[in-house]
Design a protein around this ligand. Structure first.
Ligand code: BTN
Length: 338
């Protein structure tokens, strides 16, 4: 199938702005002349000046002017593809990264790219989402440049029945990526909500296109609340951010590198060794694995019970309070019950 080229995707950040930002960031301590920048990225000096203005409007603090040259005052925490790609070298996520300053949903873009035949490992990033999607038809609040909004296109050679394991793989990768940023240990609420205390700071939406016996492509959409200084009033009791928890801001760029490197590691482990190490790791780091009192809401019913481990496919087992034995929970909302 033909692969859509980057230039055909409306709204992606111009690769030459990416190159300009990379050049300035990699030479943060020196002044580079407009002429040199123009030569290196292959545009006119006027164009360099216009893009510098665009970057300033986006909050990047660039000092100087066309005659003397430019330098960046502080390397901005923007998730630009070229710099990310260097740091992700050796993983499938280094090959194709699409960046948007504003988009409806990175998952929607990645699903289209999956349909268009784009590469395994393609990454879609946004600084802001206007229609970020969560699980069960909910929305995902995506404040500009405060969080990580990232979707990854995967083409795993697995049957759809194994797809819940991909969701666990992504949850473990996100959990490990943030663990060292927090003062306390993050928990995973099955299948992959990340919690600190009882409040959620990251969620994952897995979507896929499959036939009965094989997955064509899967999109793992990861949202992490990083530098939000407060959450919207209706979410304040249940949601939080790394900044709210630690009182300081965190580099989205470094966190994203760790997230994708961990995803690469767990995904390869899953392909090479199967579900067992993934399930073992989940048991180690999630208080929801076994013995947790929970209220389960599925499409058809709500019931309470106690978690009793995972099935080999990643499905949650819950011992029901109503005496009807162990219920396998394939999808549904899990809440802690008293
Ligand atoms: C959840 O409900 O917990 C899942 C939230 C998933 C949000 C992420 S943000 C990046 C990607 N794009 C989306 O529209 N959703 C996912």
């Amino acid at each position: 199938m033909a692969t859509k080229r980057i230039a055909e995707l409306p709204g992606t950040t111009d690769r030459r702005i990416d190159a300009l930002l990379t050049l300035l960031a990699e030479n943060a301590t020196i002044v580079i002349s407009g002429a040199k920048i123009a030569r290196e990225i292959g545009v006119t000096r006027q164009q360099v000046w216009r893009w510098i203005e665009t970057l300033r409007e986006l909050g990047v603090r660039v000092k100087g002017h066309p005659r003397t040259g430019y330098h960046i005052e502080r390397v901005p925490d923007i998730l630009v593809p070229q710099m990310l790609s260097h740091r992700l070298y050796g993983t499938p996520f280094a090959r194709r990264i699409y960046h948007f300053f504003k988009i409806d949903s990175t998952n929607s873009v990645a699903m289209h790219l999956g349909e268009a035949g784009d590469l395994h490992g393609t990454v879609v990033l946004a600084e802001e989402q206007t229609a970020g999607r969560g699980r069960a038809g909910r929305s995902w609040t995506s404040e500009k440049s405060a969080g990580i909004y990232c979707s990854v296109l995967l083409r795993p050679l697995i049957p759809p029945a194994h797809a819940p394991l991909l969701t666990l793989v992504a949850g473990l990768a996100a959990r490990d990526a943030v663990a060292e940023e927090l003062n306390s240990v993050p928990d995973i609420r099955w299948p992959n909500d990340l919690l600190v205390g009882k409040r959620k700071f990251a969620g994952i939406l897995t979507e896929m296109h499959a036939e009965p016996d094989r997955v064509h492509y899967a999109v793992i959409g990861i949202g992490i609340n990083v530098n939000q200084s407060k959450m919207p009033a209706d979410l304040a009791d249940t949601a939080t951010s790394l900044r709210i928890e630690t009182g300081k801001s965190h580099s989205r760029f470094e966190l994203l590198i760790r997230l994708l490197r961990n995803l690469d590691r767990y995904y390869n482990q899953f392909l090479a060794e199967g579900a067992a190490p993934i399930l073992r790791r989940f048991a180690q780091v999630s208080s929801y694995f076994k013995g947790k009192r929970v209220r389960i809401t599925t499409a058809t019913e709500t019931f309470t019970g106690t978690t009793a481990g995972l099935e080999p496919s990643g499905v949650l087992r819950v011992s029901r309070d109503d005496g009807r034995g162990i219920a396998p929970v394939i999808s549904g909302d899990v809440a802690e019950a008293s």
